[in-house]
Design a protein around this ligand. Structure first.
Ligand code: TRP
Length: 338
Protein backbone atom coordinates (compact mmCIF):
# COMPACT_ATOMS: atom_id res chain seq x y z
CA UNK A 1 0.00 0.00 0.00
CA UNK A 2 1.64 3.22 -1.16
CA UNK A 3 1.89 5.54 1.81
CA UNK A 4 1.47 8.66 -0.29
CA UNK A 5 -1.88 7.63 -1.74
CA UNK A 6 -5.07 9.07 -0.20
CA UNK A 7 -6.67 6.99 2.52
CA UNK A 8 -10.08 5.47 1.93
CA UNK A 9 -11.87 3.86 4.80
CA UNK A 10 -15.14 2.08 4.91
CA UNK A 11 -16.75 -0.28 7.34
CA UNK A 12 -19.65 -2.66 7.43
CA UNK A 13 -21.38 -4.59 10.12
CA UNK A 14 -20.60 -8.31 10.12
CA UNK A 15 -23.26 -10.15 8.23
CA UNK A 16 -23.22 -13.77 7.22
CA UNK A 17 -25.56 -12.95 4.36
CA UNK A 18 -24.27 -10.52 1.82
CA UNK A 19 -26.52 -10.15 -1.20
CA UNK A 20 -26.29 -8.97 -4.78
CA UNK A 21 -27.20 -5.42 -3.70
CA UNK A 22 -24.23 -5.33 -1.30
CA UNK A 23 -21.96 -6.77 -3.98
CA UNK A 24 -22.93 -4.43 -6.83
CA UNK A 25 -23.60 -1.38 -4.67
CA UNK A 26 -20.55 -1.57 -2.44
CA UNK A 27 -18.03 -4.42 -2.56
CA UNK A 28 -17.45 -4.35 -6.31
CA UNK A 29 -16.72 -0.62 -6.09
CA UNK A 30 -14.34 -1.08 -3.18
CA UNK A 31 -12.41 -3.69 -5.15
CA UNK A 32 -11.91 -1.14 -7.92
CA UNK A 33 -10.20 1.24 -5.47
CA UNK A 34 -7.46 -1.09 -4.26
CA UNK A 35 -4.77 0.05 -6.67
CA UNK A 36 -5.27 3.79 -6.30
CA UNK A 37 -5.75 4.30 -2.57
CA UNK A 38 -4.60 3.09 0.81
CA UNK A 39 -7.71 1.16 1.69
CA UNK A 40 -8.91 0.24 5.15
CA UNK A 41 -11.94 -1.99 5.60
CA UNK A 42 -13.37 -2.43 9.05
CA UNK A 43 -15.77 -5.12 10.12
CA UNK A 44 -17.56 -3.23 12.84
CA UNK A 45 -18.55 -5.72 15.50
CA UNK A 46 -18.88 -3.03 18.16
CA UNK A 47 -21.62 -1.47 16.06
CA UNK A 48 -23.33 -4.83 15.73
CA UNK A 49 -24.10 -5.02 19.45
CA UNK A 50 -26.22 -1.86 19.43
CA UNK A 51 -29.26 -4.07 18.80
CA UNK A 52 -30.12 -7.40 20.45
CA UNK A 53 -27.87 -10.19 19.11
CA UNK A 54 -26.47 -13.64 19.87
CA UNK A 55 -22.72 -13.78 20.70
CA UNK A 56 -22.09 -17.09 18.91
CA UNK A 57 -23.81 -15.75 15.79
CA UNK A 58 -21.74 -12.58 15.88
CA UNK A 59 -18.50 -14.57 16.01
CA UNK A 60 -19.61 -16.82 13.16
CA UNK A 61 -20.80 -13.89 11.07
CA UNK A 62 -17.56 -12.00 11.54
CA UNK A 63 -15.57 -14.83 9.97
CA UNK A 64 -18.22 -15.43 7.30
CA UNK A 65 -18.24 -11.75 6.41
CA UNK A 66 -14.45 -11.60 6.16
CA UNK A 67 -14.37 -14.70 3.97
CA UNK A 68 -17.08 -13.28 1.70
CA UNK A 69 -15.19 -10.00 1.27
CA UNK A 70 -11.98 -11.77 0.35
CA UNK A 71 -13.85 -14.15 -1.95
CA UNK A 72 -15.38 -11.11 -3.70
CA UNK A 73 -11.95 -9.73 -4.49
CA UNK A 74 -10.90 -7.62 -1.52
CA UNK A 75 -7.33 -8.82 -1.82
CA UNK A 76 -5.67 -8.66 1.62
CA UNK A 77 -2.32 -8.12 -0.10
CA UNK A 78 -3.61 -4.79 -1.41
CA UNK A 79 -5.61 -3.46 1.54
CA UNK A 80 -6.05 -3.72 5.27
CA UNK A 81 -9.02 -5.59 6.61
CA UNK A 82 -9.53 -5.40 10.34
CA UNK A 83 -12.09 -6.18 13.01
CA UNK A 84 -13.09 -3.06 14.93
CA UNK A 85 -12.92 -4.62 18.40
CA UNK A 86 -9.29 -5.66 17.76
CA UNK A 87 -8.11 -2.09 17.52
CA UNK A 88 -7.61 -0.06 20.64
CA UNK A 89 -8.69 3.48 19.93
CA UNK A 90 -12.18 3.27 18.41
CA UNK A 91 -14.09 3.44 21.67
CA UNK A 92 -11.49 5.73 23.26
CA UNK A 93 -11.82 8.26 20.47
CA UNK A 94 -15.60 7.87 20.50
CA UNK A 95 -15.66 8.98 24.13
CA UNK A 96 -13.66 12.12 23.45
CA UNK A 97 -15.78 12.97 20.39
CA UNK A 98 -18.99 12.24 22.27
CA UNK A 99 -18.09 14.78 24.90
CA UNK A 100 -17.95 17.39 22.12
CA UNK A 101 -21.26 16.44 20.52
CA UNK A 102 -24.58 17.87 21.67
CA UNK A 103 -27.19 15.28 22.57
CA UNK A 104 -29.73 16.99 20.31
CA UNK A 105 -27.57 16.32 17.27
CA UNK A 106 -27.66 12.58 17.97
CA UNK A 107 -31.37 12.58 18.65
CA UNK A 108 -31.99 14.15 15.27
CA UNK A 109 -30.28 11.34 13.30
CA UNK A 110 -32.93 9.75 11.11
CA UNK A 111 -31.53 6.24 11.50
CA UNK A 112 -31.79 6.54 15.26
CA UNK A 113 -35.32 7.83 15.00
CA UNK A 114 -36.27 4.97 12.65
CA UNK A 115 -34.70 2.30 14.80
CA UNK A 116 -36.03 3.68 18.06
CA UNK A 117 -39.53 4.26 16.72
CA UNK A 118 -42.19 2.19 18.39
CA UNK A 119 -39.98 1.39 21.38
CA UNK A 120 -40.38 3.42 24.50
CA UNK A 121 -37.22 5.40 25.16
CA UNK A 122 -36.63 3.49 28.40
CA UNK A 123 -35.96 0.29 26.48
CA UNK A 124 -33.87 1.65 23.58
CA UNK A 125 -30.19 0.86 24.16
CA UNK A 126 -28.09 4.00 24.54
CA UNK A 127 -25.60 2.41 22.12
CA UNK A 128 -28.11 3.03 19.36
CA UNK A 129 -28.05 6.74 20.11
CA UNK A 130 -24.27 6.76 20.41
CA UNK A 131 -23.73 4.74 17.23
CA UNK A 132 -22.91 7.71 14.93
CA UNK A 133 -20.19 8.90 17.35
CA UNK A 134 -18.52 5.50 17.16
CA UNK A 135 -18.79 5.70 13.38
CA UNK A 136 -17.17 9.15 13.43
CA UNK A 137 -14.38 7.68 15.55
CA UNK A 138 -13.88 4.82 13.04
CA UNK A 139 -13.31 7.37 10.30
CA UNK A 140 -11.29 10.00 12.16
CA UNK A 141 -9.06 7.47 13.91
CA UNK A 142 -7.49 6.68 10.54
CA UNK A 143 -7.56 10.28 9.33
CA UNK A 144 -9.39 9.08 6.23
CA UNK A 145 -9.57 11.36 3.18
CA UNK A 146 -12.52 9.61 1.61
CA UNK A 147 -15.37 7.44 2.82
CA UNK A 148 -17.57 5.46 0.43
CA UNK A 149 -21.00 5.24 2.04
CA UNK A 150 -24.48 4.45 0.87
CA UNK A 151 -27.30 6.99 0.97
CA UNK A 152 -28.46 5.76 4.35
CA UNK A 153 -25.12 6.74 5.90
CA UNK A 154 -24.72 10.21 4.37
CA UNK A 155 -26.16 11.91 7.44
CA UNK A 156 -23.70 10.09 9.70
CA UNK A 157 -20.83 11.21 7.51
CA UNK A 158 -22.08 14.79 7.68
CA UNK A 159 -22.07 14.48 11.47
CA UNK A 160 -18.52 13.10 11.30
CA UNK A 161 -17.45 16.17 9.35
CA UNK A 162 -19.13 18.48 11.89
CA UNK A 163 -17.38 16.70 14.74
CA UNK A 164 -13.98 16.86 13.01
CA UNK A 165 -14.39 20.60 12.47
CA UNK A 166 -15.53 21.11 16.02
CA UNK A 167 -12.54 19.21 17.42
CA UNK A 168 -10.14 21.13 15.21
CA UNK A 169 -11.66 24.43 16.34
CA UNK A 170 -11.85 23.52 20.00
CA UNK A 171 -8.29 22.18 20.30
CA UNK A 172 -6.18 22.72 17.19
CA UNK A 173 -6.14 21.34 13.64
CA UNK A 174 -5.93 17.58 14.06
CA UNK A 175 -8.32 15.75 11.77
CA UNK A 176 -8.81 15.87 8.04
CA UNK A 177 -12.44 16.60 7.30
CA UNK A 178 -13.41 13.46 5.35
CA UNK A 179 -15.24 13.65 2.04
CA UNK A 180 -17.85 11.21 0.81
CA UNK A 181 -16.59 9.04 -2.03
CA UNK A 182 -19.10 8.85 -4.84
CA UNK A 183 -19.71 5.23 -5.69
CA UNK A 184 -20.20 4.08 -9.24
CA UNK A 185 -23.43 2.79 -10.71
CA UNK A 186 -25.04 -0.52 -9.84
CA UNK A 187 -25.97 1.00 -6.51
CA UNK A 188 -29.66 0.37 -6.64
CA UNK A 189 -30.55 -3.25 -6.80
CA UNK A 190 -34.21 -3.65 -5.96
CA UNK A 191 -36.03 -6.54 -4.36
CA UNK A 192 -37.10 -9.22 -6.82
CA UNK A 193 -40.43 -9.48 -5.05
CA UNK A 194 -41.03 -5.79 -4.49
CA UNK A 195 -39.10 -3.70 -7.03
CA UNK A 196 -40.21 -0.47 -5.34
CA UNK A 197 -37.84 -1.27 -2.47
CA UNK A 198 -34.14 -2.00 -2.24
CA UNK A 199 -32.94 -5.59 -2.02
CA UNK A 200 -32.32 -6.20 1.65
CA UNK A 201 -31.33 -9.04 3.90
CA UNK A 202 -34.14 -8.26 6.30
CA UNK A 203 -36.89 -8.67 3.73
CA UNK A 204 -39.74 -10.64 5.17
CA UNK A 205 -39.93 -12.44 1.88
CA UNK A 206 -36.42 -13.85 1.48
CA UNK A 207 -37.04 -14.75 -2.15
CA UNK A 208 -36.63 -11.05 -2.98
CA UNK A 209 -32.89 -11.13 -2.22
CA UNK A 210 -30.13 -13.02 -4.04
CA UNK A 211 -27.61 -14.03 -1.42
CA UNK A 212 -23.98 -14.54 -2.37
CA UNK A 213 -24.04 -17.95 -0.75
CA UNK A 214 -27.37 -19.16 -2.16
CA UNK A 215 -26.92 -22.43 -4.09
CA UNK A 216 -27.36 -22.07 -7.87
CA UNK A 217 -30.78 -23.76 -7.95
CA UNK A 218 -32.11 -21.35 -5.32
CA UNK A 219 -30.72 -18.34 -7.23
CA UNK A 220 -32.38 -19.63 -10.37
CA UNK A 221 -35.69 -20.20 -8.63
CA UNK A 222 -35.70 -16.72 -7.10
CA UNK A 223 -34.94 -15.06 -10.44
CA UNK A 224 -37.50 -17.12 -12.35
CA UNK A 225 -40.18 -16.13 -9.84
CA UNK A 226 -39.22 -12.44 -9.74
CA UNK A 227 -42.21 -10.12 -9.95
CA UNK A 228 -42.86 -8.71 -13.43
CA UNK A 229 -45.76 -6.96 -15.13
CA UNK A 230 -48.33 -8.49 -17.44
CA UNK A 231 -46.78 -7.07 -20.62
CA UNK A 232 -44.32 -8.82 -22.89
CA UNK A 233 -41.61 -6.32 -23.69
CA UNK A 234 -38.15 -6.44 -22.22
CA UNK A 235 -37.46 -2.75 -21.79
CA UNK A 236 -36.46 -0.48 -18.91
CA UNK A 237 -39.45 1.75 -18.25
CA UNK A 238 -41.16 3.36 -15.30
CA UNK A 239 -44.23 1.18 -15.61
CA UNK A 240 -42.06 -1.95 -15.72
CA UNK A 241 -40.12 -1.85 -12.48
CA UNK A 242 -39.55 -5.59 -12.21
CA UNK A 243 -38.14 -5.96 -15.72
CA UNK A 244 -36.17 -2.75 -15.31
CA UNK A 245 -34.58 -4.14 -12.16
CA UNK A 246 -33.66 -7.39 -13.91
CA UNK A 247 -32.18 -5.44 -16.83
CA UNK A 248 -30.12 -3.33 -14.43
CA UNK A 249 -28.91 -6.46 -12.66
CA UNK A 250 -28.02 -8.14 -15.94
CA UNK A 251 -26.25 -4.99 -17.08
CA UNK A 252 -24.18 -4.65 -13.89
CA UNK A 253 -23.32 -8.35 -13.77
CA UNK A 254 -22.27 -8.63 -17.42
CA UNK A 255 -20.90 -5.07 -17.83
CA UNK A 256 -23.15 -4.48 -20.82
CA UNK A 257 -25.32 -1.38 -21.32
CA UNK A 258 -29.07 -1.79 -20.83
CA UNK A 259 -29.97 -0.70 -24.42
CA UNK A 260 -27.77 -3.53 -25.79
CA UNK A 261 -29.64 -6.01 -23.64
CA UNK A 262 -33.01 -4.59 -24.68
CA UNK A 263 -32.01 -5.09 -28.28
CA UNK A 264 -30.73 -8.61 -27.73
CA UNK A 265 -33.91 -9.73 -25.98
CA UNK A 266 -36.41 -8.03 -28.29
CA UNK A 267 -39.18 -10.48 -29.11
CA UNK A 268 -38.11 -13.01 -26.50
CA UNK A 269 -40.38 -13.92 -23.61
CA UNK A 270 -39.85 -13.11 -19.95
CA UNK A 271 -38.90 -16.71 -19.21
CA UNK A 272 -36.02 -16.73 -21.68
CA UNK A 273 -34.79 -13.39 -20.39
CA UNK A 274 -35.01 -14.43 -16.74
CA UNK A 275 -33.19 -17.61 -17.52
CA UNK A 276 -30.34 -15.59 -19.06
CA UNK A 277 -30.23 -13.36 -15.97
CA UNK A 278 -30.05 -16.47 -13.80
CA UNK A 279 -27.16 -17.85 -15.87
CA UNK A 280 -25.28 -14.57 -15.48
CA UNK A 281 -25.81 -14.34 -11.71
CA UNK A 282 -24.86 -17.98 -11.15
CA UNK A 283 -21.72 -17.48 -13.26
CA UNK A 284 -20.79 -14.49 -11.10
CA UNK A 285 -21.48 -16.15 -7.76
CA UNK A 286 -20.09 -19.61 -8.39
CA UNK A 287 -16.38 -18.74 -8.25
CA UNK A 288 -17.05 -16.50 -5.24
CA UNK A 289 -18.71 -19.43 -3.47
CA UNK A 290 -15.79 -21.71 -4.27
CA UNK A 291 -13.29 -19.25 -2.84
CA UNK A 292 -15.53 -18.70 0.19
CA UNK A 293 -15.78 -22.41 0.92
CA UNK A 294 -12.04 -22.85 0.66
CA UNK A 295 -11.43 -19.95 3.06
CA UNK A 296 -13.95 -21.23 5.59
CA UNK A 297 -12.33 -24.68 5.55
CA UNK A 298 -9.01 -23.19 6.57
CA UNK A 299 -9.51 -20.49 9.20
CA UNK A 300 -5.72 -20.05 9.46
CA UNK A 301 -5.71 -17.82 6.40
CA UNK A 302 -8.52 -15.69 7.83
CA UNK A 303 -6.74 -15.31 11.17
CA UNK A 304 -3.58 -14.32 9.36
CA UNK A 305 -5.42 -11.64 7.38
CA UNK A 306 -6.87 -10.20 10.60
CA UNK A 307 -3.49 -10.35 12.28
CA UNK A 308 -1.84 -8.35 9.51
CA UNK A 309 -4.75 -5.94 9.18
CA UNK A 310 -4.77 -5.29 12.92
CA UNK A 311 -1.02 -4.72 13.11
CA UNK A 312 -1.14 -1.98 10.50
CA UNK A 313 -4.43 -0.46 11.61
CA UNK A 314 -3.34 -0.40 15.25
CA UNK A 315 -0.18 1.53 14.43
CA UNK A 316 -2.15 4.18 12.62
CA UNK A 317 -4.85 4.27 15.28
CA UNK A 318 -2.38 4.50 18.12
CA UNK A 319 -0.67 7.50 16.58
CA UNK A 320 -4.01 9.28 16.26
CA UNK A 321 -5.40 8.51 19.69
CA UNK A 322 -2.11 9.59 21.29
CA UNK A 323 -2.32 12.89 19.46
CA UNK A 324 -5.95 13.38 20.48
CA UNK A 325 -5.23 12.59 24.12
CA UNK A 326 -2.36 15.05 24.12
CA UNK A 327 -4.54 17.80 22.65
CA UNK A 328 -7.29 17.02 25.11
CA UNK A 329 -4.85 17.73 27.94
CA UNK A 330 -4.36 14.21 29.27
CA UNK A 331 -0.91 13.66 30.78
CA UNK A 332 1.45 11.42 28.89
CA UNK A 333 0.67 7.76 29.17
CA UNK A 334 3.43 5.72 30.85
CA UNK A 335 4.81 3.06 28.54
CA UNK A 336 3.73 -0.29 29.86
CA UNK A 337 5.69 -3.43 29.04
CA UNK A 338 3.60 -6.55 28.96
N1 TRP B 1 -22.90 2.64 9.94
C1 TRP B 1 -22.43 1.93 8.79
C2 TRP B 1 -23.54 1.05 8.21
O1 TRP B 1 -24.39 0.60 8.95
C3 TRP B 1 -21.25 1.07 9.14
C4 TRP B 1 -20.10 1.87 9.57
C5 TRP B 1 -19.59 1.95 10.83
C6 TRP B 1 -19.27 2.69 8.74
N2 TRP B 1 -18.49 2.73 10.86
C7 TRP B 1 -18.27 3.21 9.60
C8 TRP B 1 -19.27 2.99 7.37
C9 TRP B 1 -17.26 4.03 9.09
C10 TRP B 1 -18.26 3.83 6.87
C11 TRP B 1 -17.27 4.34 7.74
O2 TRP B 1 -23.54 0.80 7.03
Amino acid sequence: MGKDKPVILTCAQPTGHLHLGNYLGAIKNWVSLLDDYQCYFGIVDLHAITVPYTPAELRKNTYACLAQYIACGLDPAKCRIFVQSHIIGHTELAWVLGCLTPLGQLQRMTQFKDKARGNDSGSVGSGLLYYPILMAADILLYNADLVPVGDDQKQHLELTRDIAIKFNNTYSPTFKVPEPYKQGSGGRVMSLQDPMNKMSKSETNQSGALFLLDPPDILRKKIMSAVTDTGKEIVAREDKLGITNLLNIMSAVTNRPVPDLEKEFTGQGYAAFKSAVADAVVALFQPIQERYNALMRDKEVLSQVLQEGAADAQKRAYRMISKVYRKAGFVERPSIEE
